[in-house]
Design a protein around this ligand. Structure first.
Ligand SMILES: [Zn+2]
Length: 140
């Protein structure tokens, strides 16, 4: 899946601040500095390489996040769903819209109809799901 979203204004400010900070630092006086992402072969920053880096940082000594999905205490059908969600392999309205199976109107969230159904909307941002999460929180 190759889906991108527009950065929000605060994210643009954060990226701009980071790039300004990086550009203000000159490591070598005799050569021009260039930006290279060492975690990919061609030096290009990718989301996948960032995820792998974060897995390495936050799970040092532990298996990467994707491996943690397969722990034995979670039922197999839940494991498969989480795996598909992480891989953005759930057949959401957004996915079906992209592949021209649904129209834009048909791709709206069936629970709230306020946004195109994407995986993050389905699991986190949908107003219906938020109410559900709040109820679960009270039972915990
Ligand atoms: Zn919704």
């Amino acid at each position: 899946m190759n889906e991108r979203r527009t950065l929000r204004s605060f994210e643009i400010q954060q990226v701009t601040s980071l790039l300004d900070l990086l550009n203000s630092i000159q490591l070598c006086q005799t050569k021009k500095d260039v930006k290279v992402w060492n975690l990919t072969k061609d030096g290009t920053l990718t989301v996948k390489s960032c995820h792998l880096l974060l897995d390495r940082i936050y799970c040092s000594g532990v298996k990467p996040f994707q491996c943690n999905v397969w722990i034995k205490i979670v039922p197999p059908k839940i494991q498969c769903f989480i795996w598909l969600a992480v891989q953005e392999g759930i057949c959401t309205g957004s996915f079906l819209l992209k592949h021209q199976v649904l129209t834009a109107a048909q791709a709206l969230c069936p629970l709230c109809s306020s946004a195109v159904e994407k995986i993050d909307h389905m699991l986190i941002h949908c107003s219906f799901v938020l109410r559900l999460w709040c109820k679960i929180k009270y039972f915990a």
